[in-house]
Design a protein around this ligand. Sequence first.
Ligand code: PEP
Ligand code: MG
Length: 573
Amino acid sequence: MAQHIKGIGASAGIAIAKAFVMETPVFDIPTKTIEDAAAEKARFQAAIAKSKGELEIIRENTLQQLGPDKAEIFSAHLLILEDPEIISQVNAKIDEKVNAEKALDEVAQMMVMIFESMDNEYMRERAADVRDVTKRVMAHLLGITFVTPAQINEEVIIIAEDLTPSDTAQLNRKYAKGFATNIGGRTSHSAIMSRSLEIPAVVGTKVVLQEIKHGDLVILDGAEGDVIVHPSDEQVAEYEAKREAFLAQKEEWKKLKNEKTITADGHHVEIAANIGTPNDVKGVLENGAEAVGLYRTEFLYMDAETFPTEEEQFNAYKTVLESMGDKKVVIRTLDIGGDKELPYLDLPHEMNPFLGYRAIRLCLDQTDLFRTQLRALLRASAYGKLAVMFPMIATLEEFRAGKALLLEEKANLIAEGVTVSEDIEIGMMVEIPATAVMAKQFAKEVDFFSVGTNDLIQYTMAADRMNEKVSYLYQPFSPAILGLLNNVITEAHKAGKWVGMCGEMAGEELAIPILLGLGLDEFSMSASSVLRARSLMKRLNKQECEAIVEQVLDMDTAEDVVNFLSTTFDIKK
Ligand code: PEP
Ligand code: MG
């Protein structure tokens, strides 16, 4: 019998495939006295051989998808598996009649301890590699399936508690046809990544991991947030037809690729795209976006094992700027914290990481780290049309401090004889309600605002964007949010500044008429949403939207706004 699981639609599209359940295994390590040491050693050897086979596939997939730098991590893991020291120590313990699991556990713990106590940071990080590799071998000894997305080599739908950004980065679109998770909301990072990869995804289902078994046939509808397990033949046929219709619609939108975004009454608005890595630029250009409205540079840091050097950052920024030609690229400085962790940045555990030491707060405190990024950005500015913005600004002093450091590094570079562009715009994200309320004061000093509604909504409603239990409070249409947006746009325009939006709201079909009516200048969204948004925008009349804004700003609840918009505009929510 088919089973229907409801979640939050994170990335549109239909997938039909077998489930690939990705569970973080819990290890219960037995202690036994063994009889046959030779047989035990053979069991250990077999576990190593299986782990090696898997790591070779992972390395190959990573090489294809993410390039040699990332694949290098797995070469290092393979070397650990071959380390004669580890193997001989485990074998010696087995000779003392200790079972292989216990022997491996003891040797691994000792190695981790040795690495962790070293002075050299690079060596200390090897502890994590030893842990990772021995976990894989241990899983084989215990007969537990231990998987990572990079080793998938057939068409599947991934089922997991959640996917970390690096899990998502390892997904191979050829095989990973979609994913469904227990936790997360529309703006959690796995959801955002799924849209840039154009993989259908349903998040926040609470139960997929418990309800779906490895190999079960699953249908995923990423627009509606539906997961169907053990579908009937009729359901498979129905969704295959739906998938065809979706793909045909996408083909229709593609015709708009080289057009400007002009409303029915002749107003031009800019549709830009959000990216996480230089690889995403391909999708931006394929989908005809007019600019990059947000480059989340933190992924460059999160995908690395140590801080990326100035040179590495410069190369990444330069690649993006060059590939975009004369189109604007808004690069956001490091926005680490919240659900974006950096394992090698040893930060103390916080009670409320979303409200803690993060983003610009951290950068203004650890200025060496910040200056490195600013220099890389400034050097890259010579290769395209760069705009820089700071994340999580709460006070004017923070903006001034960020800008002062940027200008200081600019002067330093010029003094060193390095070419730096003379017209870099310097702006900020509006993510914290205090800045939206004080837009008038900020507008005097910034070149532009970019509204990050994912956080602005989270902080205005005091509702964690990662927690599906409070996801009903993610209310872009709350009159509270619309009022803040109105204030930001009005004040910016009075000061002659432009306003973009790079939060997920900018790509929501029902929000677009309101944002147009409010006067938003730039809409930045997942590349996969650009053409659909352009098609809608061309049907809208800006003047009519302005009149509608007057009405909705006076409404009492988000539900009233949504109902009104759904009946006024012929757009499916
Ligand atoms: C936002 O907060 O809306 C935003 C675009 O930033 P991020 O999603 O990376 O926090
Ligand atoms: Mg944010």
